[in-house]
Design a protein around this ligand. Sequence first.
Ligand code: HEC
Length: 119
Amino acid sequence: MRRMLAFSVLGTAVVLMAAGKGINQDLAAKGEKLFKQKGCMACHTIGKGRLVGPDLKGVTERRKPEWLIAMITNPDSMLKYDPIAKQLLKKYKTPMTNQNVSEEEAKAIIEYIKRESGK
Ligand code: HEC
């Protein structure tokens, strides 16, 4: 009986986590600040249409995490050498500027984009 109870508590926890889609809320909050501080919002929205750059809603499903980190931390060489980035540049005609973002900061920003995309 006691064991059954333990299982159902565990089950509830799993369901709750799935509802939040596994978003790390602390990390996403950090990412939200960085998105403003690092000037991303001057060129991007998340779900409000394109500005200078693409709308980032759902970008975490369109691209691999390593690709996103590379694009956010080092857009200059991505725009020179990466086929997807080069194609984006053709379409948007303005190069994304390097905003001096570390890999760790990029991960927080990606978590924020994920959170906003799920809304
Ligand atoms: C000066 C405007 C500008 C700023 C600032 C900027 N970007 Fe961009 N970004 C772009 C443009 C334009 C593109 C499309 C590729 C290109 O033309 O360089 C892009 C592409 C991207 C992509 C790929 C989108 C896709 O559909 O695959 C991501 C992700 C991204 N930017 C994230 C960021 C983040 C995060 C920041 C802040 C650290 C940022 N950008 C700052 C203009 C900008």
